[in-house]
Design a protein around this ligand. Structure first.
Ligand code: UDP
Length: 413
């Protein structure tokens, strides 16, 4: 067993690693390419940074490529994102042409690699149209959707579906997100990497250091939301919840975020958040660089409660990360948060700032419940949302793709 795998074995138990090795045996040397639209920022990049090396350590020949786009392209794809999450978004024809043109241009450079690959995973709508310019593709193509598209705005989905239906299969994070399609659909929940800088145990002094680093008060309860500045993450709702809770119990709030290279709306949302928090010295808005993984880790560990008050959420890795650190999460009652925040058990699901404030006060007044829920939260993540389980499902999917969707597959051959 190589060193990388051994590290995971220490967290999950070595039998999990043996199982992975057994599954990967028949896939050794398989050329697998993942394509997305940003190397930093957001959950997809976070996952690919870890999933791709782990596939390689099991003997697959995996690679990750990122398409390039211009501002109009990313405006268009942000429109897709908003529309898939249910917002009525009108995308002008001119932007759709830019979307197609950028995909065609990227296909030129990627064609030699993608046409020869055994399996290509295309993540989210940004590169979805690449398939149109890959007439002579040799392998299987899978569209991996990370977005909550339980109720997409139909005209936009209809446009995107024209590309997506050409794929051999698609993957969604939850059953509710799946869409009628002429190919097999798989459900795979995302995951976090327990041995990454973002999630490893930290020495106490490193956790305590964030108080000084960001001017936080050591004696005041700390509530935290880590998120890109995106309206679907409802940072304004978090500030409202904090203000309501603070009327009863003193506390401080950290909103930590950055911008993703493929998200053009971040700046505007950040300005809204700054306006909404102006004048309150106990609201800390932290704009962190994309590699601030240890800092986020320390903040999540320092927090008493973590919030993820999203209105729509494909999965919410920030929820998983906090739960892994033994924190109860107060999360929006939506999408992938429902898989993770089991109401009254690993945290609370809420729909309004008032609901969030009520739960904040409850947990801060009942420390033993807070501890207990945090403990259960970590356990739920250990059993369900670590990278090893995620990879296991990818391997099983690849076996079924390569071996042709047989009812029964002998993984020993
Ligand atoms: N993240 C980060 N820096 C930030 C904001 C977020 O590193 O400033 C990370 C966060 O820790 C998580 C991922 O980006 O790993 C966000 O994934 P999630 O699924 O929560 O949301 P998405 O951004 O994909 O909608």
């Amino acid at each position: 067993m190589n060193q990388i795998l051994q590290q995971y074995g220490k967290v999950t138990g070595h039998e999990v690693i043996s199982h992975l090795e057994q599954l990967a045996e028949s896939l050794k040397g398989l050329k697998v390419v993942h394509v997305n639209s940003t190397r930093v920022g957001g959950g997809v990049a976070e996952i690919l940074h870890k999933l791709v090396p782990l596939m390689n350590s099991l003997g697959l020949d995996a690679e990750w490529r990122v398409i390039e786009g211009n501002p109009d392209f990313f405006n268009c794809t942000k429109g897709f994102h908003n529309a898939l999450q249910g917002f009525r978004t009108i995308i002008p024809e001119s932007l759709l042409r830019v979307y197609e043109q950028v995909n065609e241009e990227n296909s030129e450079e990627l064609r030699p690699l993608l046409q020869e690959a055994d399996i290509v995973f295309v993540h989210d709508p940004q590169p979805a149209a690449l398939i149109k310019w890959m007439e002579n593709r040799k392998g299987k193509w899978v569209w991996r959707c990370h977005i909550d598209c339980s109720r997409p705005y139909r005209p936009v989905w209809k446009y995107l579906r024209n590309y997506v239906k050409e794929y051999d299969a698609s993957i969604f994070s939850l059953a509710q997100f799946a869409q009628p399609m002429p190919h097999p659909q798989y459900l795979i929940a995302p995951s976090i990497d327990p041995v990454s800088e973002k999630n490893i145990e930290l020495p106490p002094h490193e956790v305590e250091a964030v108080y000084e680093q960001f001017g936080l008060k050591p004696d005041l309860p700390l509530i935290l939301q880590v998120s890109r500045f995106d309206r679907f993450k409802d940072p304004i709702g978090v500030i409202e919840a904090y203000r309501l809770a603070k009327k009863v119990i003193p506390l401080q709030l950290v909103l930590a975020g950055g911008t993703a290279a493929d998200d053009p709306e971040g700046e505007a949302v950040l300005e809204e958040v700054e306006r909404a928090s102006a004048g309150d010295p106990d609201i800390h808005i932290l704009l962190l660089p994309p590699d601030a993984h240890r800092t986020i880790n320390a903040l999540q560990r320092a927090a008493d409660i973590v919030l993820q008050k999203s209105i729509k959420e494909g999965f919410g890795l920030t929820v998983t990360e906090a739960m892994w650190k033994g924190k109860p999460v107060i999360g929006g009652d939506t999408g992938g948060i429902r898989l993770q925040v089991i109401d009254h058990y690993t945290g609370f699901r809420v729909r309004t700032p008032e609901g969030a404030a009520l739960r904040i006060r409850y947990l801060l007044h009942h420390r033993e419940r807070l501890e207990e829920m945090g403990h259960l939260a970590r356990h739920l993540v250990k059993e369900n949302f670590l990278l090893t389980r995620h990879l296991m499902e990818y391997l099983a999917l690849m076996i079924s793709l390569v071996k042709g969707f047989k009812d029964r597959i002998d993984v020993s051959k």
